[in-house]
Design a protein around this ligand. Sequence first.
Ligand code: MAN
Ligand code: CA
Length: 248
Amino acid sequence: MRIYFIAIIAVLTADASSEASDNRELCKYIVETDYSLQQSCEELRQLESTCGRYCFKVVKPILEHTRALQKQVDLNETRQKSESINKLENIERLLHEKFDRLEKQTKQNLEDANNARKCDDMGLFDKIGDKYYYIDTVTRLNWFEAAHRCHELGGHLANLQTRAEFDAVEMHLISTSYWLDINDLGEEGEFYSLATGRKATFFKWYPGEPNNVGDNEDCVQIRKVDEVYALNDVDCNIKFNYICEKQR
Ligand code: MAN
Ligand code: CA
């Protein structure tokens, strides 16, 4: 807010000058009508010439008071402004803090949800030796369906790469037959791991296997014969149980 004391001066000046002009008019009239009144007219003229100083004396305290008020107003405005800025800065800081907390919490929730999902998915898988396996004993699928099922569970058909891995898994088998990831679908007699896309590294074949009976045995099962589990190549379209494997 601004107090326009300049306007007040203008008004006062305007009043003073119109008063002076009124006096002049009055004097002219007096002189013309009654000479004896010339003395009073002279007094009026003197008053007019001293009015500037007089008016200044009258107006000065008002001006000073106005200036003091203006200062007060300016001070209040400055104080109010800085209080408002402080309040806004506080609100901004609080919002930042709240936003940071929310961002952290959201990240944590997302991580927790992901971990929970991972745990859920791992629910079917058991740690056997150094790896995680899901040994299915309830659903019989052909080799392609079994590969797809393991993929759906976030894994792949088991890729038993060493004697130790084979022996560890064998301890947990119940059914007679399970699909593994080995196959020679690409080239007869060249056995590859579906999981790695490379040649399989470990084989425990039954004697006489792989024999590619009917020229139609391109997938590998782990089969129990006389209480011993070993490998046999067999028709991919036959339905067996299966073993899935998954990295943690
Ligand atoms: C069946 C099939 C063959 C296997 C022989 C072994 O014919 O399972 O894959 O080689 O048995 O006797
Ligand atoms: Ca065979």
